[in-house]
Write a protein that binds this ligand. Structure first.
Ligand SMILES: [Zn+2]
Length: 282
């Protein structure tokens, strides 16, 4: 049965990856708009409303022009109606998801089974969204971190990830407290918000998915990634706080602020891979 399923499973994961990537594009683009929109507006934007449309001419994108990867390549990223180009970011995300979904299937499915494979794909998909939303908007939505913490507990409870439920729950609580106290002390002595509230919860996600025995590595790796990102951003100016008015309460350090979420996301992914492939408890 397994060998019969095996021949089309890789293709299935490749296609599912491209489709999820296409949806992730919508989430990354729309979710910050949804978070920041005026709650009293009569016509509110949601993930599904309005339907996919060209942001230049507002015309609806035909279903045949909305096939992940293929449509972008066939039309060379151009709108059928006005000829304006859609960003290559959309194509890249769909391609990345395709490749990652296939790779995770190949690396995890034979050894760990379908449940663990799905867990890895779920956390990757969520963290990809958080990575890019925080990178551009300096926001980490609770609607992404809170379910991820609960999913971490559930995955540990059912042994879909190689840590116990106790390691998961304690890891999540302890790392949250450590980061919270660090932030509090920084605020107390230096008067600066060293870390955003979304970052605390994102660290708690890491604790829930990697367990108490990995929280030191979660913190160390995210700090290293953070420093590397700070240096790269100084030269390449990847993200800027200039037009972000909701950071005005930290105006005195606003130009020095970098989003920490992307570094924490990379650290969580790295540590999740480590607990599967290099299990250690130190
Ligand atoms: Zn158009």
């Amino acid at each position: 049965m397994d060998s019969f399923l095996a021949w089309y499973y890789p293709i299935l994961f490749l296609i599912i990856g491209a489709c999820i990537g296409s949806f992730i594009n919508v989430v990354i683009y729309r979710y910050p708009i949804i978070m920041l929109q005026d709650k009293n507006k009569p016509e509110k934007i949601s993930l599904f409303y309005p339907a996919s449309h060209c942001t230049s001419c507002n015309k609806k994108i035909l279903k045949t022009d909305n096939i992940p990867i293929i449509s972008w390549l066939l039309r060379k990223g151009e709108c059928r109606h006005c000829g304006s180009t859609y960003s290559i970011k959309y194509l890249i995300t769909e391609a990345v998801f395709s490749v990652v979904y296939l790779s995770v299937f190949i690396l995890f499915y034979p050894q760990y089974g379908i449940n663990s494979t799905i867990c890895i794909l779920v956390i990757f998909s969520y963290l990809y969204c958080i990575f890019f939303i925080d990178l551009k908007h300096f926001l980490i939505p609770d609607i992404m971190t809170i379910p991820l913490i609960i999913l971490g507990f559930i995955s540990a409870w059912y042994n879909f990830i190689p840590i116990t439920i106790m390691e998961s729950v304690i890891g999540s609580i302890v790392i949250f407290i450590i980061i919270f106290i660090t932030g509090f002390l920084f605020k107390y002595f230096r008067g600066i918000d060293a870390i955003g509230f979304g970052d605390y919860k994102l660290f708690a996600v890491g604790g829930a998915w990697c367990g108490i025995f990995h929280i030191q590595y979660l913190i160390i790796f995210s700090s290293i990634f953070g420093i590397i990102f700070y240096i790269i951003n100084k030269k390449a100016n990847i993200c800027s706080t200039k037009n972000i008015s909701y950071l005005d309460d930290i105006i005195e350090i606003k130009d020095k602020v970098i989003p920490f979420g992307p570094s924490i996301c990379l650290s969580i992914i790295l540590n999740v891979l480590i607990i599967f492939y290099l299990p250690y408890k130190v």
